[in-house]
Design a protein around this ligand. Sequence first.
Ligand code: GDP
Length: 376
Amino acid sequence: MDKICYIYRIKLFFLSKSNKKSALSEIHGVEQPETYSRVVANQIQQFRRKQPSVKELIDGILKGDKTALSRAITLVESTNSEHLSKANEVVKGCLPHANNSVRIGITGVPGVGKSTFIEAFGKYLTSIGKKVAVLAVDPSSSISHGSILGDKTRMEELVKDDNAFIRPSASGDTLGGVARKTREAIILCEAFGFDTIIIETVGVGQSETAVHSMVDFFLLLKISGAGDELQGIKRGIMEMADTIVINKADGDNIAKAKLAKTEFSRALHLFPVKSNGWVPKVTTCSAYEQTGIDAIWEIISEYFEWVKANHYFEEKRQNQNQFWMMETINEQLKSHFYNHPNVIQLLEENKKAVQNNELSPFAAAMSLLEQYFKNE
Ligand code: GDP
């Protein structure tokens, strides 16, 4: 004990000699409480730390920082107007670095094996040096208040892959809202450096059409049934598909899957030739056993070679951009119109008047539009 005290005294002696202004040479007073302004300053500082600036986010994304990417996507998904204007700035800053990817849409009914497939496909892609981002369009969350795609633990292996990024769908939103957010998230992911963007959707409402309008390649995942594969399948989806993949071609199911492949190939031949000249393919795979996955990538690569050679690739992207611009204008105008106080009131009155044959639908619509423009 004495020895320790002795060493401590020697230390104090040297400290006081070497640094006269050391805290040790000062007389301690009573500790002062933090002033209000210091508390507020700390809070502001903490808030700022939590909310990186637009520049920090853009720099982070371009540097390949996944936290910055996630934060930027959260801003894009926010309904807060301040966040949205910040999100717009981030997207604008990322836009010149975007576009260098292939965008693949994947759809199929629940249970067909989408997440198992995307896990196997994504792992295959990263194994050949690709960087893969998986985004989802799932407006079912706003209808059923529970997400079909997001509720289960999905793609556990791919999540851990450094060259992959998985983001579940923005929940509690309209299809238009989810579509906008997904399109902006695509831009951010591309600026980050992901070269393969997978957009997953479950066929609820119009979500397949929305996803088709934001991807270059559309893959329909199916399973073989009891020879009635084509029943209950929406014609529109068959028409949108660039490739149909029959999943779960394993075990006792292999023969049935082959049969389904023949049936789908025959059915696809009945559709008119696509404007880009591509003839949709049908193939089988087992996402579970990870067989047939490389053949799917070969088909997709062949497709991209084809559409890049005939310039359909850029043309389609340009058309999609214009389509989404018009969609956004239409949506904003519609929502502004229907939320106008005078319109809200008159709309119900006019609906009744039309129902009772007191007003023609045209006259009713015109009077509503007049009210709207008068008060603008
Ligand atoms: P999702 O709802 O479309 O995302 O489908 P999941 O990926 O969750 O798969 C639904 C079920 O099908 C799960 O029990 C999977 O294990 C199973 N499954 C998925 N792919 C295959 C496959 O290739 N072969 C077999 N036998 N089962 C599979």
